[in-house]
Ligand binder design. Structure first.
Ligand SMILES: Cc1cc2nc3c(=O)[nH]c(=O)nc-3n(C[C@H](O)[C@H](O)[C@H](O)COP(=O)(O)OP(=O)(O)OC[C@H]3O[C@@H](n4cnc5c(N)ncnc54)[C@H](O)[C@@H]3O)c2cc1C
Length: 393
């Protein structure tokens, strides 16, 4: 039965939290209501189960946003009370101090009335010899009000219906363009989307993800339903002298493309980046290094401001002869990274596959131990200070 109970505050086991706005629930639910809506905070791992429970209770989810993206009072934080719940909840990093809440656009378009954009381009990013399909898509936003900042995400509602004949639910995608868009006219938004393909273990059949297949195959000129933007976790600080350490796997590069383009490619009177941007990028093969040419060209132009460190797992080996993952690169550069995170103007951002944080913590722990510091305590302080930002999926 759907019977959520109030949770206390979030614990810090590391999962991401999403806040759901639900209407039309039958009243076995003792929750806090606002404008007829009920709000729940649910971990990413439990989304599927939660959605089923809402449907069974006659409810309708009208909005989803990362839990850090709305300032509901703590008493509104609800979690599902299923005893099997092993909710791991994260301390969401506050938005960088210089960003005022009012300046951050959120939920301009909601799932019940999405903005209908148009696909302007859809290009393959994986080169010959690489693994899988990843596409760079750009959508036309003209005629609407959608604005966004680097580090935010948008929702996409795929065409068609699910197996129950209901419209598909939205999926979130990190925005890969700056607020000005790839055409610099403030009228587009771009994404970097990997097509999800996996084998069903029981039937051995190939399964293709609904929304990622819809997007990667979207023809130029096709309409596309967009919601959002959402997210305050991954925003860039306004300080042009900040050090920005970015750790990405695969499509986790999306927000960092937006960061690097804003920091170094675009020219702004009011934001002239002078700090160090250091990208650690983990992929399987060299042809999977997304945006490689553009990144390397920027690195050549700004050798003092941009460092690129790749971890190419199927081609490179770490010092122990194992596959080269991001954590090995973190370990190799531990002393320098440790020096950087001591500085108050250094921000660390992690984006990509769920599970990548463990390796990064290992690498950072090694550096911290050398300096007699407990990494998990130190990391907690970084999170509190809004200098440790994570978005994994
Ligand atoms: C904040 C955020 C940002 C994101 N940004 C991006 C981005 O920039 N680019 C990007 O490509 N994606 C991104 N994603 C992921 C994206 O939202 C979708 O989850 C992804 O595209 C898959 O959606 P789908 O509709 O294709 O798959 P679905 O049809 O929804 O299928 C997904 C389901 O398939 C099952 N599944 C998946 N893999 C396996 C497996 N190996 N074995 C068995 N079952 C499996 C799981 O049940 C999973 O829930 C982001 C997610 C979040 C939360």
């Amino acid at each position: 039965m759907f019977n959520p109970s109030e949770s206390s505050s979030a614990n810090s086991l590391g999962g991401r939290l999403y806040r759901y706005e639900v209407v039309g629930l039958r009243s076995n639910v003792s929750t806090v209501r606002r404008s007829g809506s009920t709000f729940f905070t649910v971990s990413y791992e439990r989304m599927g189960q939660f959605m089923r429970q809402v449907a069974q209770s006659g409810g309708k989810i009208i909005n989803i946003f990362p839990a850090s993206s709305e300032n509901l009072p703590a008493s509104n934080v609800i979690s599902t009370s299923d005893s099997t719940a092993s909710e791991s909840t994260a301390e969401a990093a506050p938005a960088p101090k210089s960003k005022k809440g009012a300046d951050i656009p959120v939920n301009i378009y909601r799932p019940n009335s999405p903005f209908v954009g148009k696909c302007l381009s859809n290009e393959e990013l994986v080169r010959e010899g690489g693994e899988g399909t990843v596409r760079h898509l750009t959508f036309d936003l003209s005629g609407g009000d959608l604005r966004y900042l680097e580090g935010q995400s948008i929702g996409i509602i795929p065409e068609g219906t699910d197996e129950k004949g209901k419209p598909h639910k939205l999926r979130l995608y990190s925005i890969a363009s700056t607020r000005h868009g790839d055409n610099l006219d403030d009228k587009t938004v771009s994404l970097c989307v990997r097509q999800l393909v996996y084998k069903n273990k029981e039937t051995n059949e190939e399964v293709k993800g609904v929304c990622s297949t819809y997007l990667t195959q979207l023809p130029v000129g096709a309409p596309v339903k967009i919601t959002g933007p959402v997210g305050k976790e991954m925003l860039l600080p306004d300080d042009p002298n900040a050090n920005i350490i970015m750790m990405a796997t695969g499509t986790g590069i999306a927000p960092f493309r937006a960061f690097i383009w804003r920091m170094l490619k675009e020219k702004h009177e009011d934001y002239q980046f002078k700090g160090l941007a250091w990208l650690f990028f983990g992929v399987a093969y060299t042809p999977n290094i997304l945006y490689k040419e553009e990144l390397e060209s920027l690195q050549e132009q700004f050798p003092e401001n941009l460092r690129l460190t790749y971890a190419i797992s199927r081609e490179q080996q770490n010092v122990d002869g194992g596959k080269m993952y991001i954590q090995s690169r973190i370990q190799e550069n531990a002393d320098e990274l440790w020096g950087l995170v001591q500085k108050e103007n250094t921000h660390v951002y992690i984006c990509g596959l769920k599970g990548m944080e463990g390796g990064i913590d290992e690498g950072m722990s090694a550096a911290a131990i050398k300096n007699g510091v407990d990494w998990s305590e130190y990391q907690r302080e970084l999170k509190k200070a809004g200098r440790w930002h994570v978005e994994t999926y």
